[in-house]
Ligand binder design. Structure first.
Ligand code: 6PG
Length: 243
């Protein structure tokens, strides 16, 4: 059974605090010897959440966390546009987590080969349900164009692929990306969208209120097959919602 819930916060800090509490509660369910698999996202709102987590690190048992990425830009890890670099600066350098628990997508590698390698890593490290690895929690942002991870409108063959990761191309910059597919994302136990700012209001309303053409957008295709989807937003992004 899949459930969806929408939470609107006055400020990004309140949203981040909610996410930290959610993560802490979900991790509290871990059994002895188990690890929690968390797929991280790029984007400004996820970055704000990472910064909050680094300032409130006592709430999270970091030794029990395994970190993955839902997508990566095909650039080296020290590049300013690297999602790994963003997480390194906003979170990893502030916490103590075993390096063996951090599984970055190698943006510097040949994209197709890396998409295969990383998919193999996910299969190896994360238990599968219905023959697909099942993340405990996937963090996602959403672009103004309705993209999520690096699944872009019009590139749905990538999103609908049976593979776990595919190579995508940013429609404006042409930048190559490696992205999780819907096959993998939708198998997660918990999926959390982190969407803030006035610029997202139109698309958020279109997708959440199923307005004309809403099915075309990758963010609308995210449905936890056997889990829950939470949308965490701020007043600005939710300003066009009728909830
Ligand atoms: C990335 C993310 C991407 C991001 C959205 C929203 O690699 O950038 O995977 O999906 O989350 O573009 O980004 P903003 O929150 O910065 O608008």
């Amino acid at each position: 059974m899949s459930t969806r819930s929408i939470h609107v916060f006055p400020a990004v800090n309140d949203l981040a605090a909610f996410f930290a509490d959610l993560l802490s509660k979900e991790m509290a369910r871990l059994k002895t010897g188990e690890f929690f698999s968390l797929a991280l996202s790029g984007g400004s709102t996820p970055k704000a959440v990472f910064e909050y987590l680094s300032q409130h690190k006592q709430h999270i048992p970091w030794q029990r966390l395994q970190l993955f990425w839902g997508d990566e830009r095909c650039v080296p890890p020290e590049h300013p546009e690297s999602n790994y670099n963003m997480v390194q600066n906003s979170l990893l350098r502030h916490i103590s987590i075993p390096s063996g628990h951090i599984f970055r997508i190698k943006g510097e590698a040949e994209p197709q080969a890396e998409s295969v390698r990383y998919a193999e890593t996910i299969v190896e490290k994360i238990p599968s349900v219905n023959k697909v690895p099942r993340f405990d929690l996937v963090m996602l942002g959403m672009g103004e164009d309705g993209h999520t991870a690096s699944l872009f409108p019009g590139n749905i063959n990538v999103g609908g692929s049976q593979s776990l990761f595919e190579v995508a191309t940013h429609p404006v910059s042409g930048q190559r990306r490696i992205t999780a597919t819907l096959e993998l994302i939708n198998n997660a136990k918990t999926i959390v969208f982190l969407v803030t700012g006035q610029s997202k209001a139109e698309m958020l309303s279109r997708i959440l209120e199923k307005k004309e053409g809403w099915e075309r957008y990758p963010a609308s295709m995210v449905k936890a097959n056997h889990g829950k989807v939470l949308w965490l937003t701020d007043n600005a992004a939710a300003s066009k919602l009728k909830i």
